[in-house]
Design a protein around this ligand. Structure first.
Ligand SMILES: [Zn+2]
Length: 292
């Protein structure tokens, strides 16, 4: 598993992980629309992706969190990243801000080779502002990226929406899904061909959950595994957007064995077994089941 500091973001780790693949494949779009009911969460996510794009270290462990670019982004004072926001309230995001972007985007970057514009509370843009933004989204300068943050996609013009990739982010209120993120990350850590046993153990044991959270996590992993089985049999996926990618990495027999191990672990926790022992044994069992 990559050594980058995914824990910098509290939510949406699976989606942030997806960006690692997108950036490695050099497949980054010039405009993303991050939809989230909680604006600080959307900003945290956008800044993390900006760090991934601009981190200066030459390794797979981006963002390092300690190079000059990462540090400037943590302080929100990177010269090549412009953060604009509405002043609060509907239609308080004016065309002047977009006009500034339209001239600034053609100025060469300072520190890096890219420029990033983060538009916070973009749903507050006036129609004129959105139409002005549309012009630059239609013909963006090279190496310029837009992260458009909105609480609801419907509040943006359809023409603007059509120019970016829409990514729905989870907000902190959605506790149930937060656990699901850990379940999804566990499966990814387990099944990714890039990971060795130690990578998986390190990740899984780092979860160190209390009893009731561990029960939720194990039940969520069972649900996701069930989704993989259903996909293998029918080609349909119901709950998990990684199902298609992951289902080819593991046999149905292995999935069933893993589900058995998880159910046993759930029983043990319900019977007050030592939580560390349960996690450790389960890590071994999941790993040894995965290649059968
Ligand atoms: Zn860095």
């Amino acid at each position: 598993m990559n050594g980058y500091n995914i824990n910098e973001i509290s939510l949406n780790k699976t989606k942030a992980n997806d960006f690692v693949d997108i950036i490695e494949a050099d497949n980054v779009s010039h405009a993303y629309i991050f939809e989230c009911t909680d604006m600080p969460t959307a900003r945290e996510f956008a800044v993390f992706i900006a760090k991934l794009l601009l981190c200066e270290v030459e390794s797979s462990s981006k963002p390092c969190g300690s190079c000059s670019s990462c540090l400037k982004l943590s302080e929100l004072c990177h010269p090549d990243v412009v953060l604009l926001s509405s002043s609060g309230g509907r239609f308080s995001f004016h065309i002047e801000d977009i006009r500034f972007i339209r001239s600034d985007a053609y100025v060469m970057p300072n520190d890096s080779d890219k420029k990033i514009y983060i538009l916070e509370n973009a749903q507050d843009m006036t129609v004129q502002a959105q139409n002005a933004l549309l012009k630059i989204l239609e013909e963006p300068p090279k190496n310029v990226y837009f992260f458009i943050l909105t609480i609801r996609r419907e509040l943006l013009l359809p023409t603007v929406l059509s120019r970016g990739q829409i990514i729905k982010l989870e907000s902190p209120e959605d506790k149930q899904r937060e656990v699901n993120e850990n379940a999804a990350l566990t499966l990814k850590a387990l099944l990714s061909p890039l990971n060795n046993r130690f990578d998986f153990f390190a990740f899984f044991l780092s979860l160190k959950l209390k009893r009731d959270k561990a029960l939720e996590l194990f039940n969520d992993i069972v649900e996701l595994l069930r989704d993989l089985i259903i996909y293998k049999e029918s080609g349909n996926s119901t709950i998990y957007d990684q199902t298609e990618k992951l289902s080819v990495l593991v046999s149905a027999k292995a999935i069933i064995k893993m589900m058995d191990s998880l159910r046993e672990a759930i029983l043990k926790i319900e019977n007050n077994a030592n939580i560390n022992a349960v996690f450790t044994l389960l890590a071994y069992e999941l790993w040894s089941s995965k290649s059968i």
